[in-house]
Design a protein around this ligand. Structure first.
Ligand code: TMP
Length: 239
C-alpha cells in the first residue's frame, strides 16, 4: 500500500494520504502535539498509537450505536482507513461543564455544569484562531445547509448521550469535546477523530486532568495519562 500513497494534507497531528481509491483515504496519527494555535509544539512518544487506539475504540462504539462515521479499519498501530468525506469547515463543540474557552469568554467558574449541555460552532481556520460563529455565518457563507446544521447539532448531542455514560463508568467526567462532520454520498457523516486531544476528561473523584490540557498547561506525563484513561476505558492499545 505504501507505494500507492500520496500525501494529500498534513495537519497538526495527523497526515492524510490518498491510496488510489476514490472513496477511501489513509489517516496517520503522528506523535506531534500542538497547543495555543500551534504556538507550542512537541513530539510526544507513543501519542500517535495511543490516539489511534482511542479513536478506533470510540468510533466503533458510536457506529454500534447507529452514528455513521468515516472510520473503516485500523491497518497499523498509527494508521487507519477512512471514507473520503467532503468536510464541512466547522468544529462542533459540546460542553457539559465549563472549561477552557467558554470560561474566558463569559467569565464562568471552571467546572460548573451546563443543563442542557451547550453546543457551539467554530470556524475551522487556524490563521483566524478558529473563531466562534453561529448558524447565520454557516448558512450565509454556504458552508452547510440548514438540514446539515440541524444534523450536526443533533448528532453531536447524540454522541454526548452515548459517550457520557461510557466515560462515567470508567470514572471520568466528559467535560467537553469537539467533532467535525463531512458529506459522503449526500449523507452527513462523522469525520476527523475522537481522542484525548479533542476532549476534556476529568477524574470523577479527584478532578485530575487526563486530556490535552496536561500539554497546554505543562502538567506533564501527557501520554502516560492518555494511556491510563485508555486502560480504564478498556481500549486495547495494540492492533
Ligand atoms: P475550547 O474550550 O478551547 O473552546 O475547546 C473546547 C473543546 O473542544 C476542548 O475539549 C478542545 C476542543 N477543541 C479542539 O479540539 N479544537 C479546536 O479547534 C477547538 C475550538 C476546540
Amino acid at each position: 500500500m505504501s507505494d500507492l500513497r500520496r500525501e494529500l494534507y498534513r495537519g497538526k497531528s495527523k497526515t492524510v494520504y490518498e491510496i488510489g481509491s476514490e472513496s477511501e483515504l489513509l489517516v496517520q496519527f503522528r506523535d506531534d502535539a500542538t497547543a495555543h494555535n500551534a504556538a507550542k509544539h512537541a513530539i510526544l512518544a507513543d501519542k500517535g498509537r495511543t490516539n489511534s487506539a482511542v479513536d478506533g475504540f470510540i468510533m466503533q462504539i458510536l457506529a454500534e450505536q447507529g452514528i455513521k462515521t468515516h472510520w473503516l479499519k485500523r491497518i497499523s498501530e498509527t494508521e487507519i482507513i477512512v471514507r473520503r468525506l467532503d468536510m464541512i469547515p466547522v468544529e462542533c463543540v459540546l460542553r457539559n461543564r465549563a472549561a477552557g474557552g467558554i470560561c474566558k469568554r463569559l467569565g464562568l467558574e471552571k467546572g460548573r455544569s451546563f443543563a442542557p449541555p451547550i453546543f457551539e460552532f467554530f470556524f475551522k481556520d487556524d490563521a483566524l484562531g478558529d473563531p466562534l460563529i453561529n448558524t447565520a455565518h454557516i448558512l450565509s457563507l454556504n458552508w452547510a445547509t440548514e438540514a446539515e446544521i440541524l444534523g450536526m447539532k443533533a448528532l453531536t448531542h447524540q454522541v454526548n448521550a452515548i459517550l457520557t455514560p461510557i466515560f462515567d463508568q470508567a470514572g471520568f467526567i466528559l467535560v467537553d469535546f469537539k467533532l467535525e462532520f463531512g458529506r459522503y454520498q449526500g449523507e452527513l457523516i462523522l469525520g476527523d477523530e475522537f481522542t484525548l486531544d479533542g476532549c476534556r476528561l476529568w477524574d470523577k473523584v479527584s478532578a485530575e486532568i487526563y486530556d490535552k490540557d496536561r500539554f497546554r498547561q505543562d502538567l506533564g506525563d501527557v501520554i502516560a495519562f492518555y494511556q491510563k484513561a485508555a486502560s480504564r476505558l478498556g481500549v486495547p492499545l495494540k492492533v
